[in-house]
Design a protein around this ligand. Structure first.
Ligand code: GLN
Length: 233
């Protein structure tokens, strides 16, 4: 049975562990680099990404997390976890990286601008049939401003009217620019990386967790066929 690690430094890791339990999957808390060894996949939960980065540095986790992501095993970042996985964050901060995109950490504004909305996610219905909408719980949420060509967009949402105007310069000497599109990307997949700006672990809908576990199965199937190819040659 798959063993899913959940980074347990801060934030909504207990909620992810409970969501995994609901679908009969064993999740284990990860706080130290050596605890990543032997895992099949990893969830990086929501919380507060700068605090999480400080704790990750304290535990010397960044190199091991980067190795885990580049090693190709499935990794899912929700909210602050999405920020961790991005290659670039507006304003800069230490990141794990791997996901070819730029994020804005507080795209939708402050805690007071937290909101819930229905999202349309055709991929969820493609996998399981049924309804393609899901509840998106956005808590002081980030959003994805742009993605590279290898990144599949799974969901976007309208930019709420009450959101403060934000500049989207990357902190690397770019010209200041205001985000002016009327929709913004909130869920993506790039190979072994899944990222959502919202919190499926705070709903009773298990489809995102099952979607992630399917990525785990796919990666096992790939490893198995590579192994049988190499042993038959
Ligand atoms: N905006 C937060 C951050 O900067 C993330 C919020 C969340 O994970 N709910 O880390």
């Amino acid at each position: 049975m798959a063993v899913v690690g959940v980074l347990a430094l801060q934030g909504s890791y207990n909620e992810h562990l409970a969501a995994l339990r609901r679908i009969g999957v064993r999740g284990v808390e990860v706080r130290k680099p050596e605890q990543l060894l032997g895992l099949d996949s990893l969830i990086i939960p929501g919380g507060e990404s700068t605090t999480m980065a400080k704790l990750a540095n304290y535990h010397n986790l960044f190199p091991a997390l980067r190795e885990f992501v580049s090693g190709g095993k499935p990794v899912w970042g929700t909210c602050a976890g999405l920020i961790f996985l991005a290659n670039k964050a507006v304003g800069g901060q230490e990141l794990v990286g791997g996901l070819d995109c730029t994020v804005h950490r507080n795209f939708f504004g402050s805690q007071l601008q937290s909101f819930e909305t229905e999202l349309s996610v055709p991929k969820l219905a493609e996998k399981e049939g049924g309804n393609e909408t899901c509840r998106g719980v956005f808590i002081r949420a980030p959003a994805i401003l742009d993605v590279g060509s290898d990144v599949e967009i799974l969901a976007d949402c309208p930019v709420p009217a009450n959101r403060p105007s934000i500049t989207i310069s990357s902190g690397e000497g770019d010209e200041e620019e205001v985000y002016s599109k009327d929709r913004v990307i909130v869920a993506v997949r790039q190979g072994n990386i899944l990222a959502t700006a919202f919190h499926p672990e705070l709903t009773s809908d298990s489809r995102w967790h099952r979607f992630f576990l399917d990525m785990d199965k796919e990666s096992h199937a790939k490893a198995f066929s590579a192994l049988s190819l190499s042993s038959s040659s």
